[in-house]
Design a protein around this ligand. Structure first.
Ligand code: G4P
Length: 551
C-alpha cells in the first residue's frame, strides 16, 4: 500500500489516483495542528496562562473555569479529592481550542514535586513544549526535570517568563540561568521594559513594535509600530531613561546574543523566549501568535516499520495515558490516544496489534476545556479519549492497514517501593481487580517476590503515587491497604541467564514485574555496581519497554 510520503516525493503518482486527494485533505488538517505541553514549577502561573490561552480561543468565556487549586467546581472525579486536599493537580488533562485557523491541543502536566510517570508519558504526546518561568524565581527544580524529558525528545521548547508585573530578576541574568542550568541558549523574541512598578511593556524584536502595559487597567494594551528600537517615538512613550536602557539592551542582544535560527529552535537547541504577565493577560496574545508561527505541526514518528508520516492516509496512534473513574456517576475508564497519522472517524474499526484483533472506536471524546464532547473526526496531533472496557494498556498502538507499533513508551524505573497487603483477606478479589486496573493505568508498577511465599510490592516514580494508590483502592474498590515502605531505590530489568536463587547480593531483591520479567530492586548504586561486577553475564536495564525484547 502506498503511503503519503511516497506520493509527495512524486513517485507512482498516477497509480495512487483518488487517494491523493484524501491525503491532501489530511495534510491540510495536520498542518493546522499544534500540540503542546506547558511545563513549569508549581505557582509559576500555568493555570493562569492556560486559562488566558483558552479565553483567546473562545473555549471558555470567563476566568476561573479551568480547574485551579482553589476552584473545585471542575474537579470531575471523587479521587481528585486528593488534589483538593493537597492543593495540587495530580492528573494531567488535555484541552483544545481553535485560534486563527489553528487547532491547539494543550497537554497539562502536573508540576508538583512528586509527580508520576504519567507526566513523562504525557510529554511524549506533545510536539512542542512551553516552559513557564516565574520571573522572580528563574528556573526551579520541577521545571528542570520536565525540561530534561522534553529536551531528550528534541522537541522545540518555548520560554515564557511570567509575572513581569512584579519585581523580577534581571532578564539577562535569567537568560544566563537558562544556559547554565538547562544548557540551552535563548533568543528573546521580545524584551521587557522595566519590571515591577516600573514595568512599561515589551518590545517585539521581530515585528518592531512596543506593547505598553497599563497597570491600572491591564486590559488596555496600546501597541505602537516603530521603525526600529532607536525610533524617537519610543522616547515619547517610555521616557528618555527607559528608552536609552532599551536601546542598550537590544544592541547588546543583537551583538552578543544568538541569532534567530529556526533549525536550532525546531531541534530544541535554542529557545525563543517571551516576557509577559499571564495574570494581567499581557504579552500572552503576542506569545500565542509567535508560537503558532514557529511551533511545528505534527511530524513523523518512529515505528516498528520505520517513520510514519502524519499525513499518511491510514489512521494510527498510541495510548499514552489511562484514567479510570473520571466520572464517578459512570465508573468509566478512559484511554487517551495521541493520533499520529491519518484521519480518525467515529465508529471506525482499527487494528489492535497487541491483542491481534480489530476494535471499533464508537464513543470517542475530545476535551474542550473541562467538558467532554463526542468527537466525529480528528487528525494527527489531536488527542482523543476512548472508552476502555479493559482492552487498552499504556503504550498500545492502534492502526489501520499494515500492522505496526510505535515504540515511544518506556516504562520508567520506579524509585520508591512498598510491600502491599490487604487488611481484610475477604477483599482479595476486589484488591486484585484494583491492582490490575491501577497498574494498567500506570499509577503504580507491580512486582512480585520470587521466594515462593506470596509477596506483593508496588513501585512508583513519585512518592505521592503511594497516597493516590491507597486512596483509590479505598474509594474505588473498597479495599483498605497496608503499605510497608521498603528501602530500595533502584529497579533494574535483567537480561541473561538469571537465577534468582543464585543471585546473592546484599541489599538487593530479585523480583518479577507484572509480565513475569525478571527485575532486581537495589538499595543504592553501590549494590547495583557490585552486582554488575559479580554477574558480568547479566545486563541490567533501567527501563523495560512495554514491548519486551527492545532495549
Ligand atoms: P500554577 O498553575 O503554575 O501552580 O500557578 P497558578 O496559575 O495557580 O498561579 C500561581 C499564583 O501566581 C496565583 O496566585 C496567580 O494569581 C499568580 N500569578 C499567575 N500569573 C501571574 C502574573 O503574571 N503576575 C502576578 N503578579 N501573579 C501571577 P495565588 O495568590 O496563589 O492564587 P489566586 O488567589 O490568585 O488564585
Amino acid at each position: 500500500m502506498l503511503h503519503y510520503h511516497e506520493v509527495i516525493k512524486g513517485t507512482e503518482r498516477e497509480t495512487f489516483e483518488g487517494k491523493e486527494r484524501i491525503c491532501n485533505v489530511i495534510k491540510t488538517e495536520v498542518d493546522k495542528r499544534k500540540t503542546m505541553a506547558i511545563i513549569s514549577h508549581p505557582d509559576a502561573g500555568k493555570t493562569t496562562l492556560t486559562e488566558k490561552l483558552l479565553l483567546f480561543g473562545g473555549a471558555i468565556h470567563e476566568a476561573g473555569m479551568v480547574k485551579g487549586k482553589k476552584n473545585s467546581k471542575f474537579a470531575t472525579s471523587d479521587w481528585m479529592e486528593i488534589e483538593k486536599q493537597r492543593g495540587i493537580s495530580v492528573t494531567s488533562s488535555v484541552m483544545e481550542f481553535d485560534y486563527d485557523g489553528f487547532r491547539i491541543n494543550i497537554l497539562d502536566t502536573p508540576g508538583h514535586e512528586d509527580f508520576s510517570e504519567d507526566t513523562y508519558r504525557t510529554l511524549t504526546a506533545a510536539d512542542s513544549a512551553v516552559m513557564l518561568i516565574d520571573g522572580a524565581k528563574g528556573v526551579e527544580a520541577q521545571t528542570k526535570k520536565l525540561f530534561e524529558v522534553c529536551s531528550q525528545r528534541g522537541i522545540p521548547i518555548f520560554t515564557f517568563v511570567n509575572k513581569m508585573d512584579r519585581e523580577t530578576r534581571d532578564p539577562f541574568e535569567l537568560m544566563e540561568e537558562l544556559e547554565e542550568v538547562l544548557g540551552m541558549r535563548s533568543y528573546p523574541m521580545n524584551w521587557p521594559i522595566g519590571s515591577g512598578i516600573d514595568f512599561q511593556g515589551i518590545y517585539d524584536r521581530k515585528n518592531k513594535y512596543v506593547e505598553l502595559f497599563d497597570s491600572d487597567d491591564a486590559k488596555k494594551v496600546r501597541v505602537h509600530k516603530v521603525e526600529d528600537v532607536e525610533d524617537a517615538l519610543l522616547t515619547d512613550l517610555l521616557g528618555e531613561e527607559a528608552h536609552q536602557k532599551l536601546i542598550e539592551d537590544i544592541q547588546l542582544l543583537d551583538i552578543a546574543g544568538d541569532a534567530y535560527d529556526d533549525e536550532k529552535i525546531q531541534k530544541g537547541d535554542l529557545t525563543p523566549s517571551f516576557f509577559g504577565s499571564a495574570l494581567s493577560n499581557f504579552g500572552v496574545q503576542t506569545f500565542l501568535e509567535h508560537f503558532l508561527n514557529i511551533a511545528p505541526a505534527p511530524v513523523e514518528r518512529v515505528s516498528s516499520i520505520g517513520p510514519i508520516n502524519p499525513a499518511d492516509q491510514k489512521f494510527s496512534g498510541y495510548i499514552f495515558k489511562i484514567q479510570a473513574n473520571m466520572n464517578p456517576a459512570h465508573r468509566d475508564r478512559i484511554a487517551f490516544l495521541r493520533i499520529c497519522s491519518g484521519k480518525f472517524e467515529r465508529g471506525m474499526s482499527v487494528k489492535h496489534p497487541r491483542l491481534k484483533k480489530s476494535v471499533k472506536l464508537s464513543q470517542p471524546q475530545q476535551f474542550l476545556a473541562q467538558e467532554r464532547n463526542i468527537v466525529q473526526d480528528a487528525y494527527a496531533g489531536d488527542i482523543i479519549g476512548l472508552f476502555d472496557p479493559g482492552i487498552f494498556q499504556i503504550g498500545d498502538t492502534l492502526c489501520e492497514g499494515q500492522t505496526f507499533t510505535y515504540d515511544e513508551m518506556p516504562n520508567f524505573a520506579p524509585e520508591h517501593f512498598a510491600r502491599v497487603s490487604i487488611k481484610n483477606a475477604l477483599k482479595k478479589k476486589q484488591f486484585l481487580k484494583g491492582l490490575q486496573q491501577l497498574t494498567e493505568e500506570g499509577t503504580v508498577q507491580f512486582f512480585e517476590g520470587t521466594t515462593g511465599i506470596e509477596e506483593m510490592m508496588i513501585g512508583v516514580v513519585g512518592e505521592l503515587q503511594f497516597e493516590v494508590f491507597e486512596y483509590r483502592m479505598k474509594h474505588e474498590y473498597n479495599v483498605d491497604m497496608s503499605l510497608q515502605r521498603l528501602p530500595y531505590q533502584i529497579a533494574r530489568w535483567v537480561d541473561g541467564d538469571f537465577k534468582p536463587s543464585a543471585f546473592q547480593v546484599s541489599n538487593a531483591k530479585p523480583a518479577k514485574d507484572k509480565e513475569g520479567r525478571p527485575v532486581v530492586l537495589f538499595e543504592n548504586e553501590f549494590n547495583l555496581r557490585w552486582a554488575s561486577e559479580r554477574f558480568p553475564d547479566l545486563a541490567f536495564y533501567s527501563q523495560s519497554h512495554f514491548h519486551y525484547g527492545k532495549k
